[in-house]
Design a binder for this molecule. Structure first.
Ligand code: ACM
Ligand code: ZN
Length: 772
């Protein structure tokens, strides 16, 4: 009998403490988590969420928390008001506390009796709720134990944004709401809604009904990459009524998110011009653009009717969007039409706009336009945001600059005393590829911004403390030229949004990529629970190939975020559990096709393939006469003889990009060798201002002093302004013995006629040099 009691007691004890433990190390990582040496709070079906009866915002917050718990655990806590004092236990209590310093800060106190979430504002409480929600394991077995703790937290930046382009492809209100929910989940507070562009106008404007009747409909769309010349015949369109726009604003506000609308002007206006051709310099006709890119037809700033049109549009916009900021674009507006247009030239004259060595009179016409719209909005209590082209000419005096062409514009604007939002295309363009293995990705605009790159953004680098104060925050952009489906949107932003969230919220000294990836697992589980189509590159095999030039060996290191077992072959055959298991770095001395697989129980197995090409130049000592452009230097000259070929993506590190001087490479084969051919790989990608090789000269030497020319080749200058390919440029010569090989590589000096950059210098991109 006594034994039975003991067993029973033990059972009870175990039962009291069973359940999965919550982890407060969520994304973004809170500022301070102090665990207390006390019993945990048990989250189960008996818990209720309490809010002060006089606070309807906290009531709404309580309902959010209750729904979040339901989503993760399947139980719906009751939501109950309280008056002056709270009594009872087993409750999550929401309250305001004016002693919390930061406007968006919060404190969570977890004891065995209850959980208190307090903020200076209701927004702070909302972020506390987001943290608690992410701390709860998804679909736990049994109840959830929340360790006793105090969490104090507040964001690093006051502007934490995500952008969505609904002009290139339209997304319905329901999806926009889902997107806003994603922002909330990642503690973001600003939704930048890119509502108009060449390919579609999406805002109902009462005074100009054709903007949506005509401007929201595209009758054909380019197939494949922009400029392919092939079009489908599908009608594609959509717009939001003013009631729908207001509903989105309301929905976002409930989640403490400001909606900043963008009407991009004076460029990117073909959709509006198709509807009202009289607002263009030539009078049209214009078409809602079936292609992507930058177009010469922009608004006629010399026409007073055009300016009135813009003010009318802004006037209606202000009635819909209560945000402090209105984004007025200003990017990518060619000056071509203005140079020819009598009205625009007239405006230049009457306004006394003058060119100088830095900016043309037409640049200043753009500034005139931006400043006029700024004045109109300032007079109505609003502020403008514009893309960093604002800095070209005379910047609108009160403008906030959104830095997109890298961080340089933002740095310049901050130094000039302007407020800045960092959205650099080096780290924050989520339309760029997230994997270097682009062949296995959906078609994207280009670029390469993996999760780790996003995470690594340091937005105030190069700024003094005072200048840093000008950086309001950070945002990522999702342009949708190549993104038509909502699932595809999810794939591009998740989980890169998680990395961005930590850039925006967490203090830099608390950031750590390894810690981030270990914490990401819980968030991915929540994405999965919500049925989101997130990208799984986090499970990829991370392979690093280090050249050992002394041993003429490539050393391949592989790992995975969760240490999943890796099996591999070197002959390209499909690996299985019977193949070699990876235990330590793999040396490769010959041409080989590495195929590795990380084996996992569920569908998250991932494979990795890499081909290595060995020839006489591979891992030889190489020097370059001129260095590549800083953005395209990566590991430098060794890249050209590392046995690995670049693919069609020029920014993965496999290509070196030169601008200006033509490079000469000197390769030391180590000892005299019989050779008869040099091959240089080069890329042509006209839309990216990249052109191939026009000439190769090969010299050989036994002593690196006296050289003899053995080959000279000329290749045709490219005139096809849309060309995109990778070519091998081959120079054959008579069999000769040499130790040193000097290769003089010549690129094109100007972009050809008809190209957007006609007459300007192109890049020369080269990769593997092979010697046989
Ligand atoms: C931009 O990406 N054109 C702002
Ligand atoms: Zn004009």
């Amino acid at each position: 009998m006594k034994n039975l009691w003991i067993i029973l007691m033990l059972h009870l004890l175990v039962a009291c403490n069973t359940g999965q433990e919550a982890s407060y190390s969520v994304i973004p990582l809170p500022e301070e988590i102090s665990q207390l040496d006390a019993a945990p709070f048990k989250l189960d079906g008996k818990v209720s969420v309490l809010y002060p009866s006089d606070n309807t915002l906290l009531k709404r917050n309580a309902e959010f928390l209750s729904l979040y718990v339901k989503e993760s655990m399947g139980i719906l806590p009751t939501v109950t008001p309280f008056d002056d004092t709270v009594s009872g236990t087993k409750a999550v209590i929401l309250a305001l506390d004016s002693s919390i310093k930061h406007k968006e800060g919060y404190r969570i106190t977890i004891t065995e009796q209850n959980i208190r979430i307090e903020g200076q504002t209701e927004a702070g409480v909302f972020y506390g709720i987001q943290t608690l929600r992410k701390a709860i394991p998804v679909q736990p077995e049994g109840t959830v134990l929340l360790p006793a703790a105090v969490i104090n937290d507040h964001p690093r930046f006051s502007y934490r944004g995500m952008h969505l382009d609904v002009a290139r492809h339209f997304f319905p209100v329901d999806f926009v709401k889902k997107y806003i929910d994603l922002l909330a989940l990642h503690n973001m507070n600003t939704f930048h809604w890119h509502l108009t562009d060449d390919q579609g106008w999406r805002i109902e404007i009462n005074k100009y009904p054709k903007l949506t009747e005509v401007g929201s409909v595209r009758h054909r769309t380019v197939v494949g990459y922009m400029g392919s010349g092939k079009y489908d015949t599908i009608t594609c369109g959509g717009y939001y009524t003013q009631a729908e726009l207001k509903e989105v604003v309301r929905y976002a506000r409930e989640r403490y998110i400001d909606v900043i609308p963008e009407v991009d002007l004076p460029g990117h206006m073909l959709a509006a011009l198709a509807a009202y051709p009289e607002f263009g310099c030539t009078g049209g006709p214009y078409e809602v653009s079936p292609d992507w890119g930058v177009f010469e037809d922009v608004l006629c700033v010399g026409n007073e009717q055009t300016m009135r049109f813009l003010e009318d549009v802004m006037g209606e916009l202000l009635e819909i969007f209560p945000s402090r900021y209105i984004h007025i674009g200003g990017d990518e507006a060619p000056r071509t039409r203005w140079k020819q247009c009598p009205k625009c030239q007239d405006r230049i004259k009457t306004e006394g706009l003058k060119g100088d060595e830095k900016y043309s009179a037409e640049d200043r016409l753009q500034s005139y336009c931006m400043k006029r719209i700024e004045r109109f909005l300032n007079e109505r209590g609003r502020q403008i945001i514009g893309w960093d082209e604002l800095l070209e000419g005379d910047i609108a005096p009160n403008a906030t600059v959104m830095s997109w062409r890298g961080s340089a514009g933002g740095i310049k604007a901050a130094r000039m005393g302007h407020d800045v939002i960092m959205a650099p295309n080096s780290h924050c363009y989520f339309d760029f590829y997230q994997s270097a293995d682009t062949g296995n990705e959906p078609l994207a605009i280009g670029g390469y911004i993996p999760l780790e790159k996003v995470y690594g953004l340091e937005p105030t680098q190069e700024l003094t403390e005072a200048q840093s104060e000008r950086v309001l925050g950070v945002q990522a952009n999702l342009w949708t030229e190549y993104i038509a489906a909502t699932e595809h949107v999810e794939y591009m932003v998740l989980p890169r949004m998680a990395a961005l969230a930590e850039v925006q919220w967490t203090q830099p000294e608390r950031k750590d990529y390894d810690s981030f990836t270990s914490r990401l697992t819980n968030l991915l589980a929540l994405y999965r629970q919500k049925g989101l189509n997130y990208a799984k590159h986090i499970y990829d095999i991370k392979a690093e190939v280090l050249p050992d030039t002394l041993k003429k060996t490539l050393v391949v290191t592989m790992n995975t975020v969760d240490n999943a077992p890796i099996y591999y072959t070197l002959d390209g055959s499909k690996p299985s559990k019977k193949s070699l298991q990876y235990v330590s770095p793999v040396p490769v001395h010959h041409s080989a096709r590495l195929h590795a697989v990380a084996v996992r129980p569920d569908d998250d197995s991932k494979s990795f393939e890499k081909e290595f090409w060995f020839n006489k130049a591979t891992l030889a000592s190489i020097t370059l006469s001129t260095q590549p452009a800083p953005n395209y230097t990566y590991k430098g000259a060794i890249t050209l003889v590392d046995g690995m070929m670049g693919n069609e993506n020029f920014s993965t590190g496999a290509w070196l990009g030169f601008i200006g001087e033509n490079p000469t490479a000197v390769i030391d084969l180590g000892k005299p060798a019989d050779i008869r051919q040099v091959v240089v790989n080069s890329m042509t990608y006209m839309d990216a201002w990249i052109m191939g090789i026009t000439g190769l000269e090969v010299f050989v030497s036994g002593d690196n002093k006296d050289y003899v020319r053995v080959a000279k080749r000329e290749y045709p200058v490219e005139t096809d302004i849309k060309k995109r390919n990778i070519e091998k440029y081959i120079a054959d010569f008579q069999l000769t013995k040499a130790r040193y090989v000097k290769i003089v590589i010549r690129g094109n000096s100007v972009l050809p006629q008809g190209h957007a950059g006609e007459g300007k210098m192109p890049y020369l991109f080269i990769d593997e040099i092979q010697i046989e």
